[in-house]
Design a protein around this ligand. Structure first.
Ligand SMILES: [Zn+2]
Length: 448
């Protein structure tokens, strides 16, 4: 097959190994992965240096772009620019906190209109399951959503109400019929309500942590395992924080229940013990828990119980974090980390002796497979899109808010020293980001 670009490197991340190979690209697709020396006269060759790794472009299946309706929180342009700078080539947008929320075909069409022509990386969409919208699910599937999200507790915005078990009993048979995937914000209101009246200093992180106990997650996960088994529906637990739920998931997976789980960089990097009073930039739901919990999450990743690490990029204007009062109980819950996922996860994985092919599995091939994009995204293999990130694992940097391309610069990572610098990002064989020269024009496509 003819090629129009060759990228060769000494550290190219293939399925389970790092190899010295050349990647031949034709019309944006990988046409061969061959010997390092294999060049073709007249074809441009990018020779990646010894210190850099060539990995599949990252896939992030958990991103809140918040547009239309709350574009002042993020928006398609700033989100996809930050993604490209973070080595991410495919995003899947959450069905909330846009207005309207993506809970009907008509609302989905508004979303598509808003996104068109603004995206610097490829972009797919989740639909939403909310009370009473079962009749919309088939239409949204047909229009191209990759699956559906629901909340079991209030979501934080009125347009996206949470579901009860009774609602799920209506939606799950339809999702099974459509062979679609349900992703679940797994906290149940019961344990949260019990603790919310507990009082305590609202500037203290411990007060907030006590208000969202592990039991809220553990009981929700147990319920979803039960329902997944009963209706034979594929269920995925988003942003797992409570490590106490791991044994439940492990056991269900071993028994053949179609349940998977993801966690997020902040649960793998921070620990509750070190979060200072009033530091509401650390607030997210479920919360960042203790250091001991974090180590259990790493074990869950290492043994495969947790299959993916995605950002849960959930930005808001800085004022919504209530910096004046530092009130954890009323500040917006959400952490923006789209651009930082690779260095945060690599910094922590490296310290635990975990390899680059493993992080590629959690951040590239795993998320791609979750949303059915495993043929085109998340792997360096013949026939896949030539989506690549070139990065330097040994280079360290300090996170400076002004370097973040997220619309709002507030970040719990400010001042952190991380390993892993993204140097170049390629989308379908075209360089869309270079740390030296910045961004290329819009060339992202909508994935439908
Ligand atoms: Zn989220």
């Amino acid at each position: 097959m003819s090629s129009d670009l060759i990228i060769r490197g000494r550290n190219v991340v293939l399925r389970n190994s790092v190899e010295r190979v050349s990647i031949h690209i034709a019309n944006g697709v990988i046409s061969s992965v061959g010997p390092f020396e294999q060049s073709i006269p007249g074809v441009e060759m990018i020779d990646v240096d010894d210190d850099s790794v060539v990995m599949p472009g990252l896939v992030d299946t958990h991103v809140h772009i918040n547009s239309p309706g709350r574009t002042e929180w993020e928006g398609f342009e700033s989100a996809t620019l930050a993604a490209a700078a973070g080595g991410v080539t495919t995003l899947i947008d959450m069905p909330l906190n846009s207005i309207p929320a993506t809970t009907s075909v008509a609302h989905f069409e508004k979303k598509l209109e808003t996104a068109a022509g603004k995206c610097h990386v490829d972009l797919g969409f989740w639909g939403g399951v909310v009370p009473g919208n079962t009749s919309e699910l088939a239409g949204m599937c047909e229009a191209g959503v990759v699956g559906f999200k629901c909340f079991l507790v209030p979501s934080g915005v009125d347009e996206f109400p949470h579901v009860t078990e009774a609602d799920l009993r209506e939606a799950l048979p339809e999702l099974s019929r459509l062979d679609s995937l349900l992703i679940v914000h797994a906290e149940l209101p019961g344990p949260i309500d019990e603790h919310s009246g507990g009082g305590g200093d609202q500037k203290s992180y411990q007060t907030f942590l006590r208000s969202r106990p592990r039991a809220a997650e553990d009981e929700a996960v147990a319920m979803m395992i039960r329902l997944s088994r009963e209706f034979d529906t594929r269920v995925h637990i988003v942003h797992l924080s409570s490590s106490d739920a791991l044994p439940l998931i492990r056991k269900a997976q071993a028994a053949g229940v179609k349940i998977t789980a993801e966690t997020c960089p902040h649960y793998l990097h921070f620990a509750a013990e070190s979060i200072g009073d009033g530091s509401t930039e650390f607030k997210c739901c479920p919360p960042i828990r203790e250091g001991e919990n974090r180590e259990q999450l790493w074990r869950g990743l290492a043994d495969g119980t947790i299959g993916t690490v995605v950002s849960d990029h959930s930005p808001c204007p800085a004022s919504m974090k209530l910096p004046e009062t530092g009130d954890f109980m009323h500040a917006w819950g959400g952490i923006a980390s789209l651009q930082l996922r690779l260095p945060v996860v690599w910094t922590e994985a490296q310290g635990r002796g975990l390899s680059i092919p493993r992080i590629s599995e959690w951040m590239c091939s795993g998320p791609a497979a979750l949303v059915g994009l495993e043929r085109s995204k998340g792997s360096i293999k013949v026939g896949a899109d030539a989506d690549l990130v070139i990065w330097s694992p040994a280079k360290r940097f300090e996170v400076k808010p002004e370097d973040l391309e997220h619309r709002h610069k507030i970040s719990p990572y400010a001042g952190e020293l991380l390993s892993g610098v993204v140097e170049k990002t390629f989308l379908r064989g075209r360089k869309i980001y270079d740390v030296a020269t910045g961004h290329d024009e819009v060339s992202g496509q909508l994935i439908l």
